[in-house]
Design a protein. Structure first.
Length: 517
């Protein structure tokens, strides 16, 4: 399955729409431009296994570059455009990219990496002219629109978010066969479990450089549906897009749910979202109260999954199952699940440990980092791999996430998982955003500290800090409540909704109020 199939039968069908401007990319255009770009890449000397790097905002050209790489046996590496020039150059160089395609909307970043990425032989820019880059449209205009007879299947080689350190390139094995041949279990899952079809209209409110938005959006195109892309998430804007485009499927992260739930009731009621048949969410555990409120609002159409850029495993749960087992992320549909202690011993149901997925072969490596690849593997079973998350399974085999191992707080010998405390605080009306960390404590080793970005119009005070601490103690065990609250102007969070706790710990310039406890 690939978009060329639909270019033959329905060339005028929208493959993607940019919500803010109404720009449309048809399947006919997507097919022709991806074929032309494939020729440009080939003429520049790229061959199967080589890498094309992409630096762009949410622009419809992203899909042309993706499918050009996929039909050429190439890896595509989409880069977070919020990184610094040095970080972007690191990814371009570390990936071994031989071509770099950029959007002129990111002109400053594109210009900054020219000299620091000398091994890139082909540079293309769409939009305005950029020094050091060939104009994308001119390159395509001079290329053939006839597909190659042999079009080996490529893949995405994306870099992890780096919330706990430097980004890691996740290099999967290239699929066997040609672009129109099957064999991708994730693509099969999107059509089977998630019901993608030619009449699917999918809302993508997150940055396309992230794994889930890119893979889901292109998966929709593999099935002939339409992707509605928004430049940047806006709570009311998403509701408007759902109504105007009669969106059937959408994907969110829990932070987006919280933002939408905090809209005034009159705004939420203004938009008709009855066209939605599935609201998918992932990236972080969803607070139970938040998910209950979303189901009350949209009905039992929420589907949650647990997976990652590495693609080593995948669990899914629907609303009906989740309502019976609140907090679960479901059972595995890709990979076999194992919960192990730090020595690799399997744990029984209900015991918290490291989450491993078993596959029949090694699914991925961390590019240029064999130590990280080995660290992700089980000490006895190399085909069992972990993402660094911890959790447990119940007696029925359903997985429950606890947190990332790196973020666990050990206070007085007791393990505390910050996500649980964050989930409670996120529901307080005075809280816009929150992160919970362990800070050094001379008595307890570590103590729980909450970093809170107040809601608009809220004044941070000692009284509010005490109220937030009491709010947590009223809902979960008191030892999980913060000992201290620090009010911040903002928190380092990716556009995909992930808290960059490693950045928060290291960030010396974050504006903090005096410590309130």
């Amino acid at each position: 399955m690939y978009p060329g199939k639909y270019a033959l039968t329905s060339p005028g069908r929208p493959a993607a729409v940019l919500f803010e401007t109404g720009e449309v990319l048809t399947y006919g255009q997507l097919e022709e431009d991806s074929v032309r770009l494939a020729h440009v890449l080939y003429d520049a000397g790229l061959r199967p296994g080589d890498v094309v790097a992409l630096l762009s905002d949410n622009d419809l050209r992203v899909f042309e570059v993706y499918w050009a790489a996929l039909r050429s046996g190439l890896y595509i590496t989409a880069i977070n455009h919020h990184l610094s020039p040095q970080e972007i150059a690191y990814i371009v160089n570390d990936s071994g990219a031989r071509a770099l395609v950029v959007s002129s909307a990111k002109a400053d970043l594109a210009a900054a990496v020219v000299e620091s990425s000398p091994n890139v032989g082909l540079r293309l820019a769409f939009g305005d002219d950029l020094p050091g880059y060939r104009r994308y449209s001119e390159a395509l205009a001079g290329a053939s629109a006839v597909p190659f007879d042999y079009q080996p299947h490529g893949a995405a080689m994306l870099y992890s978010s780096g919330t706990t350190g430097r980004p890691k390139g996740v290099r999967p094995q290239l699929p066997a066969g040609q672009i129109w041949e099957g064999g991708d279990p994730m693509l099969d899952l999107l059509g089977g479990r998630f019901g993608l079809r030619p009449d699917t209209v999918y809302l993508s409110p997150a940055p396309l450089y992230h794994a889930a938005p890119l893979r889901w959006s292109t998966g929709v195109q593999a099935y002939g549906g339409t992707v509605v892309v928004v430049k940047k998430f806006d709570a009311e804007g998403c509701l408007r897009a759902i109504e105007e485009h009669r969106v059937t499927h959408a994907q969110f992260v829990p932070t987006m749910f919280v933002r939408m739930l905090k809209l005034p009731n009159e705004i939420r009621a203004r938009y008709d979202t009855s066209c939605l048949t599935m609201a998918v969410h992932a990236a972080a555990p969803c607070p139970i109260e938040v998910k209950n409120q979303m189901i009350d609002w949209w009905g039992p159409i929420l589907v949650e999954y647990y997976g990652a850029t590495e693609g080593n495993g995948f669990t899914v749960t629907d609303s009906a199952t989740w309502l019976r087992k609140p907090g679960t992320v479901g059972k595995p549909v890709i990979g076999l699940l194992h919960i192990c202690d730090d020595d690799g011993n399997e744990l029984t149901a209900g015991k918290v440990g490291n989450i491993y997925f078993e596959r029949d072969r090694q699914i991925f490596t961390y590019h240029n980092d064999p130590d990280k690849t080995r660290a992700a593997q089980h000490p006895l079973h190399p085909n069992w791999t972990t993402l660094g998350d911890v959790g447990f399974v119940d007696d029925d085999g359903y997985l429950f996430l606890t947190d990332r191992k790196d973020f666990m707080i050990i206070s007085g010998g007791v393990n505390i998982y910050p996500q649980e405390t964050e989930n409670v605080l996120a529901l307080h009306p005075a809280v816009f955003d929150v992160a919970v960390l362990g800070i050094p404590d001379s008595e307890m080793g570590e103590s729980v500290a909450a970093f809170v970005q107040p809601a608009a119009g809220t004044t941070p005070t000692a009284e509010l800090a005490d109220e937030l601490i009491g709010f947590v103690k009223d809902r979960i065990a008191s030892y999980k409540a913060p000992r201290t609250v620090r009010f911040v102007d903002n928190l380092p969070r990716s556009e995909a909704g992930k808290l960059a706790k490693g950045v928060l710990k290291a960030q010396s310039g974050i504006t903090l109020s005096p410590l309130i406890s």
